[in-house]
Design a binder for this molecule. Structure first.
Ligand code: S3P
Length: 435
């Protein structure tokens, strides 16, 4: 977590207007650095997210001897060292707030010749790692964690890995990716079957770097022993960052925003479906690209929302969008019910509790369940809320402030820099009153 303590005040806003491009996709930026580092040759990445999380990943590979140049903001040239070219890091690798960095690196590092240690901030140090340790151990890895299977992790090198057919009990792209990345080094075939399909970026990006992968929603397979080849890629704008503006323009009367080059992978865009079922007016224009690199421009206009039940099948496709969905629900007429989303309790914060407590402090009726919440829409009052160091909760409360009767004071917002540097400036540029 950032040492700085930042609080925001979000005051009622007028109509939101303009065209914007939110920063690069976090999940793709992490993977771009990782795969480029292990490829042969120099890869060029454009649209890289200059966030604390993705910079932590770049730093990790620099610690392991990979030369990474930053010729301009959002650009990286990664001089890949090949699958077996990483060097032992002299110190522990600090993943900061980034669960994706820690879980994916665990998969990669358990296959190296050297030992390594992964640490994180207070939030990451509470997050469950059993979910990756268990399958990786079955592949032959040796990983020690703190009691309760939380970080820091000590990863023993020099272990020969074997492929497994893994039936994951949890719908998690991080778990799937950790196993697949270990599978690059394993003897034989590694496969992962998921209870519900999750984002397929690791699969499609491995393919972009020339590794043969077979995948369809819910199942991915690869064999060890191939090579990754340097490539050029352009990271789309992050749908999860666009989501704050999609909801803000929907709920602030008179608004119209255009969001450019937004990542449109179907495993990420579940919020569009959920918002449309509530009455949102969002148009998808100029769809282009494919796989991890599918993008479109989104045009969103103010529309009155009605509460609805979010289908449980949609949960993995909008797993990072529940904080902002809570705000859409609070602004809607009637009741919104969320179920089947217990994973929200083990994100950067317990997002069900943080959003329920915050909205209640603003006069909204919210009832928590173990795996979701029921939110009764209506007026949002001003007041004070705690984002609990969670970037997405902080930005969601900022959106709530835009339609509140009085200003909303939001505590503990510094971690917005993990995923969305420049949020305040971009938001104020289109009509927010955020300070
Ligand atoms: C991510 C997967 C999701 C998501 C996270 C990024 C990824 O986590 O919430 O923000 O890049 O693979 P889980 O795998 O825990 O669902």
């Amino acid at each position: 977590m950032s040492a700085r303590r930042i609080d925001w005040v979000s005051a009622p806003a007028g109509p939101l207007r303009g065209e914007l491009r939110v920063p690069g996709d976090k999940s793709i930026s992490h993977r771009a650095i990782m795969l480029a580092a292990l490829a042969e040759g120099a890869s060029r990445i454009a649209g890289f997210l200059e966030g604390e999380d993705t910079r932590a990943t770049a730093r990790a590979f620099a610690q392991m001897g990979v030369r990474i140049e930053a010729p301009a903001d959002g650009e990286r040239v990664v001089h890949g060292v090949g699958l077996h070219g990483l060097c032992a890091p002299a110190d522990a690798i600090d993943c900061g707030n980034a669960g994706t960095a820690m879980r994916l690196l665990t998969g990669l590092l358990c296959a190296q010749r050297f030992d390594s240690r992964l640490t994180g901030d207070a939030s990451l140090s509470r997050r469950p790692m059993r979910r990756v340790i268990e399958p990786l151990t079955r592949m032959g890895a040796q990983i020690d964690a703190e009691p309760g299977d939380v970080p820091p992790l000590r990863i023993h090198g020099g272990r020969a890995l074997r492929g497994i057919a893994y039936e994951s009990p949890v719908a998690s792209a991080q778990v799937k990716s950790a196993v697949l990345l270990a599978g690059l080094y394993a003897d034989g075939e590694t496969s992962v079957r998921e209870p519900q399909p999750t984002r397929d970026y690791t699969e499609s990006m491995l393919a972009a770097f020339g590794w043969p992968v077979t995948y369809a929603p819910g199942l991915a397979r690869l064999t060890g022993g191939h090579r990754l080849h340097a490539t050029e890629l352009r990271v789309p704008a992050d749908f999860s960052s666009a989501a704050f503006f999609l909801v803000a323009a929907t709920i602030v009367p008179g608004s119209e925003l255009v969001l450019r080059e937004v990542g449109m992978n179907p495993r990420r865009t579940g919020l569009l479906e959920a918002l449309r079922a509530m009455g949102a007016d969002i148009r998808v224009e100029n769809p282009r690209g494919a796989g991890a690199f599918a993008v479109a421009d989104l045009v969103v206009r103010h529309a009155p929302l009605a509460g609805s039940d979010v289908p449980a099948e949609l949960v993995p496709d909008m797993i990072d969008e529940f904080p902002i969905l809570f705000v859409a629900a609070a602004a809607a007429k009637g009741m919104t019910r969320i179920r089947g989303a217990a994973e929200l309790r083990v994100k950067e914060s317990d997002r069900i509790a943080v959003m329920a407590n915050g909205l209640r402090a603003l006069g909204v009726r919210v009832e928590e369940t173990p795996d979701g919440a029921s939110i009764e829409g209506g007026a949002i009052d001003g007041g004070e809320v705690d984002a609990a160091g969670d970037h997405r909760c902080a930005m969601s409360f900022a959106v709530a402030g835009a339609i509140a009767r009085d200003p909303v004071r939001i505590r503990d917002c510094a971690n917005v820099a993990t995923s969305f540097p420049g949020f305040v400036e971009l938001a104020n540029g289109c009509g927010f009153a955020l300070s």
